[in-house]
Write a new protein. Structure first.
Length: 381
């Protein structure tokens, strides 16, 4: 009522308003409107917070109970030697239970099934797929793959990959030509994981394989605990540089021999990354017979990092002939990084070579001595 009486006391709304009156009106507004409103809002949010906390705690307990029930149910199914028909009947019975009526129950079952498959090697593959299909989880995966977004499709691929559902390879293969690089990458990884260990999918793969996918592919091949792919020599002649690099890394991993003819062929490859990988492979496999080939290739190599890698490799596999070669190019070379590696190469072959080393060019002599100091004391600034 006070507010109404104040409003009615305005003689001229557009005219001058007394400052004292304005302050009094502001005080009344805060006291009877603003502050009570803020208190009500604050109380509302406090009650809402308490109720939300109560609901979340109740939901957490419920989820924990359901999680335990699903764990017990799947453990019983997988490790109790039921027949296929008995397994299906038990699943049908479980689907009628109150637990299964929760929307997220299917997702929980699928995630647990994947976890079991990935962590228990002795699990019956046929039984896993029976459970997967009897719960209609295969329909969920198919629905994901049919959606437009790439990450839904990739999740569907992941289900097939994790559960080793080989029959579904044909549903994934078309996506190898997808314009979306993430979808294409996930399709390739899934197909390799579902391969029969011959890895034929890579024989005719013409796209560049990113480093991250390369590591995933190598990891998949190692996890399968298979022998080196039969087509490995064909991979070395593949038109796709990514496949050649993958093949070289597998040869190193499985300690397979590298013939000199293959080394010569790969050192002439136009892709510097292929040359880099074969130089590194020679070092890792300690192919002493490749010493002369690397010496002959050194001056033909156009990439500085590869030249440095050649010198590192020569330092690991070289002898007197390598030392003579390195001494010869030491004074010709102007690039300081290459010169450093030449000295390091000589020092690795013959530790005493630079003990009494001295040349007439004082500047060159000082530079070489500084490099030798760093070679012998790598932590020096």
């Amino acid at each position: 009522m006070q507010i109404i009486s104040i409003l009615y006391s305005f003689k001229d709304i557009t005219g001058y308003v007394d400052k004292t009156f304005t302050a009094h009106f502001f005080y009344i507004f805060l006291k009877y409107l603003a502050i009570p409103f803020l208190i009500i809002v604050l109380l509302y949010f406090i009650v809402l917070l308490i109720l939300s906390r109560f609901y979340l705690d109740k939901l957490s307990i419920k989820k924990s109970d359901i999680d335990k029930s699903i764990n017990d149910f799947l453990t019983d199914l997988i490790f109790s030697n039921y027949s296929s028909e008995e397994t299906k009947l038990k699943i049908d019975e479980f689907k009628k239970s109150e637990i299964f009526q929760n929307k997220w129950c299917k997702h929980l079952i699928l995630n647990k099934l994947i976890h079991i498959k990935q962590n228990i090697k002795e699990v019956n593959q046929n039984l896993v797929l029976i459970i997967y299909k009897q719960f209609d989880l295969n329909l969920y995966s198919e629905k994901l793959i049919s959606r437009k977004k790439w990450y839904y499709k990739s999740l569907g691929f992941y289900h097939y990959q994790s559960l080793d559902y080989k029959i579904k390879k044909r549903h994934i293969k078309p996506y190898l030509s997808s314009k979306n690089r993430y979808l294409k990458s996930n399709a390739l990884i899934a197909l390799i994981a579902l391969s029969d260990e011959k890895f034929d999918i890579l024989n005719n793969y013409h796209k560049k394989i990113p480093n991250a996918d390369e590591l995933k592919i190598l990891d998949l091949i190692y996890q399968k605990e298979s022998v080196i792919p039969e087509s490995i020599n064909t991979w070395l002649e593949n038109s796709n540089s990514s496949i050649i690099i993958l093949a070289i890394k597998l040869i190193v991993r499985y300690r397979e021999p590298l013939t000199l003819s293959k080394i010569t062929y790969l050192l002439l490859h136009p892709d510097k990354n292929v040359r880099k990988e074969i130089i590194l492979a020679i070092r890792e496999l300690v192919v002493f017979d490749a010493n002369d080939i690397l010496i002959a290739h050194f001056k033909k190599e156009s990439d500085i990092r590869n030249k440095i890698s050649i010198l590192k490799t020569l330092g690991a596999i070289g002898g007197e002939r390598t030392k003579d070669f390195a001494t010869q190019i030491l004074f010709e070379e102007k690039n300081i990084d290459i010169k450093f590696e030449i000295i390091n190469c000589i020092n690795r072959i013959d530790k005493s070579y630079f003990n009494n080393f001295k040349i007439e060019d004082e500047d060159e002599n000082n530079l070489i001595n500084k490099i030798i100091l760093h070679v012998n004391n790598p932590y020096l600034n």
